[in-house]
Design a binder for this molecule. Structure first.
Ligand code: RP5
Length: 173
């Protein structure tokens, strides 16, 4: 039976897709049902409002909002809902995402947006942060996240061992 999405990812434009897509694999791996929308604070303001107002009653628990340029998406969503909103500044403009970072991170007091780093890494961390929020009330998910963190550490140590044994990266003269 299909489960209701617990996380909603919203992108300001389809041009943001390449920076969002890698994070979807993380959610699938963690078995967290999600939904994705393309909505723009500037181009479709009414649809953004409607989405944000209905998200909670539709079962969404965390919203990840990814937008570039003069990125108001996360802030506008946060102004219409009490759900946790995580903003991800998208790269791709002539300012390389710094514009979106400043637009997303500098919220006025009273309307919180948890802002991640720019681009793909930011989107990955946004869904991991969303998963950690859900894991506070979901023991299986908490265990899954802990396992993933251990696997990641093991992989780095494996690479470290490879480097230490390689003639390129270690030279004793
Ligand atoms: C933002 O403007 C979008 O999130 C995107 O990052 C940026 C450019 O959008 P397009 O002109 O490529 O549709 O709203």
């Amino acid at each position: 039976m299909a489960r209701k999405p617990r996380i909603a990812l919203v992108m300001g434009s389809t041009s943001d897709m390449p920076q969002v897509e890698p994070a979807l694999e993380i959610l699938k791996d963690l078995k967290i049902p999600y939904t994705t929308r393309v909505l723009s604070a500037h181009r479709t303001p009414d649809a953004v409002r409607e989405f944000a107002k209905k998200a909670h009653e539709e079962g969404i628990q965390v919203i990840v909002a990814c937008a570039g340029a003069a990125a108001h998406l996360a802030g506008v969503i946060a102004s219409h809902t009490d759900l946790p909103v995580i903003g991800v500044p998208m790269a791709g403009t002539t300012l390389g995402g710094l514009d979106a970072l400043f637009s997303t991170v500098q919220m006025p007091g009273g309307v919180p947006v948890a802002t991640m780093g720019i681009g793909k890494a930011g989107t990955k961390n946004a869904v991991l942060m969303a998963a950690r929020i859900l894991a506070l009330q979901d023991e299986n998910l908490a265990a899954h996240l802990a396992r993933k963190r251990e696997e990641q550490a093991a992989r780095v140590l494996e690479l470290d061992a490879e480097i230490r044994n390689s003639e390129t990266w270690t030279w004793e003269g």
